[in-house]
Design a protein around this ligand. Structure first.
Ligand code: FES
Length: 262
């Protein structure tokens, strides 16, 4: 189903780490909105269409709780748009367009992994771990708890929420503050898994894709790009793949890693 534009009330907007905030909005149930799936994103706007920045901000779904009626996002405050998102108060209204993009096909991943706990590795880097929470929840609900590998510069954030839906969690930090002192790709052994799913900095995902290709393990990567429309109309987010030009916002953001990095 295609993306829908709607307004939603902000029920939480808190800082959880330096420059990292979590925002939750009330999901307008009963209005026929398509439920978001892991890996999809919304275009968020907390300012008028005649105000700067001109473009809405694409932010991945961090979590979706249909029973509690909330949709949440984790975002890094690093520019005018995200500073304006940070200033939104509980009770205020946000403009959203979505869900956008293809997202992860969880049933297909579960089938490919044989529906076993520990058969899938999920690899995140920094704020790229944000979309992986809903992915891990959906995999766990399908009886396929993944092993999470995540890399951070320094102190990790938001990992406690992953505990109930992961078979294991391994952390690597550039500073050595927590876990392995080094890159997350140095502790990942893709040959132990049926499939690897990744989201984070391009250099990290390229490394993950290379490791997977070396042992013939399928890998899906969720890409991030600057986006204007988020709907496949402006072609501003085009990326070059082995099978031609694709838009990250509509054809992706989830791609076969070998199509993008191979
Ligand atoms: Fe416009 Fe992707 S942002 S086509």
């Amino acid at each position: 189903m295609s993306a829908v534009k709607f307004q939603a009330e902000v029920v939480e907007n808190v800082q959880i780490a330096p420059d990292i905030c979590r925002m939750a909005v009330r999901w307008p149930s009963g209005e026929g909105l398509p439920a978001p799936r892991a890996g999809q994103f919304f275009m968020l706007r907390a300012w008028g269409f005649d105000e700067t920045p001109m473009l809405s901000r694409p932010i991945s779904v961090h979590d979706y709780d249909p029973s509690g009626g909330t949709l949440s996002f984790l975002y890094q405050v690093k520019g005018e748009g995200t500073q304006k998102l940070r200033a939104v108060q509980q009770g205020q209204t946000l403009s959203l367009t979505g869900p956008c993009g293809n997202g992860f096909d969880v049933p297909a991943i579960v089938r490919a992994a044989g529906g076993r706990n520990g058969a899938v590795a999920v690899v995140g880097g920094g704020i790229g771990t944000a979309p992986l929470l809903l992915l891990c929840r959906e995999l766990a609900a399908a009886g396929c708890k993944p092993e999470l590998y995540c890399g951070f510069r320094d102190e990790p954030y938001g990992l406690e929420e992953f505990l109930p839906c992961c078979a294991a969690i391994s952390v690597a930090t550039d500073s050595g503050a927590v876990g392995y002192h080094g890159l997350v790709t140095e502790i990942l052994h893709p040959e132990q898994f049926a499939m690897v799913l990744t989201c984070g900095p391009m250099v990290m995902m390229r490394g993950v894709a290379r490791l997977c290709a070396g042992v013939n393990v399928p890998c899906l990567a969720s890409l991030e790009r600057k986006m204007a429309c988020g709907l496949g109309a402006c072609l501003g987010c085009t990326c070059h793949t082995k099978v031609g030009a694709k838009t990250v916002c509509k054809d992706g953001p989830v791609f076969d890693a070998q199509e993008v990095f191979g």
